[in-house]
Design a protein around this ligand. Structure first.
Ligand code: X2X
Length: 344
């Protein structure tokens, strides 16, 4: 059985290589150009292929190839194909991958300040987010990332305001979180926040979330609608509570040695295209996050809009804001409050 399968596949292979030889006259210049790329760099991320971040990244990669006359070939590996976020964070540091988009909250396992934009209920809306992240708060965080010897692009990419989903019940009040088995990304801030709600958070990388929900290892999770939709989490969840509890974004990171291998003029082209694609993806994601409710409801997802004031009050009473203010320090906290209003 094994032998005959092998024979067939060898024959098929021989046939296709014969075809390849025949085609060589036409195909050769193209192949040669592709092989000539001086810098073949991997870009890893945890997002589905259909998420706007990957759609815009494909355009970005094509534009970079064109504008560098084929010198730079950025190959995209979506859906955690090269490993979980935790794995990729060590790969981007060692140079195993050259580019990686990572939530600031997870990056905080290496750069503690990077989770500050995820403080619960800090930002009221997108304009407040972009003002802070394209302004002094983003600059502060990027300076800390740079100190950790990673290269970070100027524009943060949008993940979105996060909503809570569940297979068991909707979340209407802070008390509904009590004992709730919720998946959170691997990040101290996330665990701390859901502990402050007396929930039972479990740290799980995104590549294992669908199956953790399906097998009911956890009841729920929280993510922006764009991700709930593109990762098809609605297939394994029933309720979506619009808790809007934090804003989360992806820093576009580069391995420092790989980045510095690029000549100055090439770096300029690459950075311009990455930041430009990030801005376009922001628009796409923001639109999706605003419009997906109707589409997901039609798929049987049950939405509810809780009153959010008691949630913020619960965090305050639990000492969540005071604890994190002490962790980030007065300077960082002052920049956050300047942008988000008084929290403690
Ligand atoms: O892991 C998640 O939930 C995700 C996809 O939103 C992040 O990358 C933080």
């Amino acid at each position: 059985m094994t032998i005959s399968t092998r024979t067939i596949s060898r024959r098929t292979l021989l046939k296709s290589s014969a075809a390849a030889t025949m085609m060589a006259g036409i195909g050769a210049p193209l192949v040669a150009r592709a092989q000539q790329a001086e810098f073949v760099y991997k870009f890893a991320n945890n997002l589905p292929d259909t998420h706007p971040i990957n759609v815009r990244s494909r355009e970005m990669s094509a534009a970079i190839k064109q504008e560098t006359n084929g010198r730079v070939d950025i190959q995209i590996f979506p859906s955690s194909q090269l490993g979980s976020d935790t794995d990729m964070l060590s790969q981007i540091r060692s140079g195993g991958v050259e580019f990686f988009t990572l939530s600031g909250l997870i990056l905080a396992t290496l750069v503690p300040a990077a989770s500050i934009n995820g403080i619960g209920f800090a930002f009221p809306d997108y304009p407040a987010v972009w003002k802070a992240m394209d302004g002094d708060l983003g600059a502060y965080i990027r300076a800390q990332i740079t100190k950790a010897n990673l290269v970070v692009m100027e524009k943060i990419w949008d993940n979105g305001f996060r909503q809570t989903t569940s297979s068991t019940k909707p979340i209407n009040t802070p008390e509904d979180y009590k004992g709730f088995k919720i998946r959170v990304p691997v990040s101290p801030l996330w665990t701390s926040m859901f502990k402050a709600f007396d929930a039972a958070p479990a740290s799980i990388n995104f590549n294992e979330v669908y199956s953790a929900l399906q097998t009911k290892i956890v009841e729920g999770q929280e993510n922006p609608l764009a991700l709930i939709s593109t990762a098809k989490l609605y297939e394994v969840q029933k309720y979506c509570s619009l808790t809007n509890h934090m804003w989360d974004g992806y820093w576009f990171l580069a391995n420092r040695r790989a980045w510095e291998r690029l000549p100055e003029d090439v770096r300029t082209i690459v950075a311009k295209n990455i930041n430009g694609a990030g801005m376009k993806a922001r628009e796409d994601t923001e639109k999706l996050n605003a419009n997906l409710q109707t589409e997901l409801a039609a798929k049987g997802f049950t939405f509810n809009q809780p009153d959010l004031k008691p949630f913020r009050e619960k965090l305050r009473q639990a000492g969540f804001y005071a604890e994190w203010k002490a962790k980030y320090g007065d300077e960082a906290w002052a920049i956050l409050e300047k942008n988000a209003g008084k929290l403690t």
